[in-house]
Write a protein that binds this ligand. Sequence first.
Ligand code: SAM
Ligand code: SF4
Length: 324
Amino acid sequence: MLLDQHGRQIKYLRLAVTDRCNLRCRYCMPEEGIAFAAREALLDYDEILFLTGVLSRMGVEKVRLTGGEPLVRRELTTLVEGLGKQFPKLAMTTNGILLPRYLEELMAHGLRTYNLSLDTLRPERFTRITRRDNFEGTMAALRLLLEAGCRTKINMVVMRGINDDELFDFVELTRDEELDVRFIEAMPFNDDDGNHDVFLSYDAMRLRLLERYPDLIRDQEQGGSAVTFQVPGYRGRVAIIPAYSRSLCGTCDRLRLTPRGTMLNCLYSTQGLELLPLLRSGISEEELESLIREYVYGKYASGHETERREQQGNIFASMTSIGG
Ligand code: SAM
Ligand code: SF4
């Protein structure tokens, strides 16, 4: 069992497999001038599977593939096949554009749970937010996932003045579909325009939803990072993720691994455990296990505490280098 100093059991790994992406969402990546990692600076699949094998024996049950866009990493299905043998629960967060090419194979390896990032239902807005003209690509992925019967959640980063007038349109998607819609607070990152000017808080979103849907039923996912609701009679659910307010850190059960092999206890960590050199110097499973145990034990109580102890000022990196 993998425990931190606050008694939380760590069961969930968010595995970022690349920092590259086929979109350039304005809240996530700058338009240009990005220093992507060279191939040899990334953990290769053997290194990842060696490490995840150790984590699985330490009690990690679930792995979510993320990035960057996980599907742009070459031969990702090979990695998923290996992970499918180690973990009972696999999931992926994706913009979906490459999903039609790979879905069948991914499902065959046990990957049937997807978070699809979709911030607007209007094509021209999609192009403005993602800086790429591919609304149809993500919508096609949504249709495909629902047809295939995959557990599907839509991630919408809510931005005041940009897409917050679409909250109710997204809620209405849950009327007839077995679908979750998750409204995510925009977190600032170190881009030139940050996200402060567009920030809409968890509380503001909740009030807007309650005004329109006064009978919303609330429940909190166990160990989850979201507060979930359901409109009575609707098939799906809606959730709000206080990614920036960080009010749900107390039940956090997750660990992150960046594409460059840095293990992070928290989305707000800047100082992690550098595993790539250790894996390349032939560290044994036992040594690795003991280093991870010690690192994870030090996980701070909340993202606020992590930020206070590890960072100076606002130096939030792009989610593509951390794994969103
Ligand atoms: N490319 C994939 C995708 O977009 O689904 C996976 C990686 S992406 C970094 C993971 C999630 O982080 C996405 O749902 C994205 O919307 C979210 N995200 C990225 N930057 C964010 C930010 N500044 N604030 C809140 N969420 C963010
Ligand atoms: Fe790419 Fe996902 Fe970031 Fe958008 S949110 S730029 S799709 S990694």
